[in-house]
Design a protein. Structure first.
Length: 183
């Protein structure tokens, strides 16, 4: 069952939580590097858990990670790591916390080389899912196949976020996500 269909069968308030993400964020292009980083961190933290868990904790993640400000997160100290690992409002997994900090540092390097994280993504487009996974595993921490696939679908680089007959798909198409661009 697709995400589009699954939402319709959910009871309230789960439906409202998922519908907001589905209708306003999932599959839409993101042009802000901090928000791209946010989505990557959330996808990494979802590994092994439900997306609903992450949606419920998003506000706490934003607070804990300084609204995903790349410069701040990249400069986190050991005390910040310990603070994150003791924060019950987020996922307290050492590998995921370390990945967020290290990936922020990596994105800052990509910004220096390409101008932005978004431009780095554009530079590598188009790729197959398998090619993206290989690139992400080489570049970032804690980025397996499902994480990379969901991240890229959620920001419009890979198709599949919505069913063809989903009304949100039409809204996304108007924004010309990268998966619609061919080289």
């Amino acid at each position: 069952m697709s995400y589009c269909t699954a939402i319709e069968n959910m009871p309230e308030p789960r439906k409202t939580l998922h519908k907001n993400y589905h209708d306003n964020l999932y599959g839409f292009p993101i042009h802000d590097d901090n928000e791209l980083f946010c989505r990557l961190v959330l996808e990494i933290n979802q590994a092994g858990l439900s997306w609903e868990t992450i949606l419920k904790k998003e506000a706490t993640f934003r607070s804990a990670y300084d609204n995903f400000d790349l410069n701040k997160v990249a400069n986190y100290t050991e005390a910040d790591r310990e603070r994150l690992l003791s924060d019950a409002g987020i996922i307290r997994n050492k590998l995921k916390v370390n990945a967020a900090i290290e990936n922020a540092k990596t994105i800052l390097l990509l910004q220096k080389e390409h101008g932005s994280f978004e431009k780095w993504l554009e530079h590598h487009h188009p790729k197959t899912k398998e090619e993206w996974v290989k690139l992400f595993k080489k570049t970032f921490k804690f980025t397996g196949g499902e994480i990379v696939n969901e991240f890229l679908m959620s920001i419009g680089y890979l198709p599949g976020a919505h069913d063809a007959n989903c009304k949100i798909q039409a809204a996304i198409s108007k924004e010309k996500p990268m998966w619609m661009h061919k080289r």
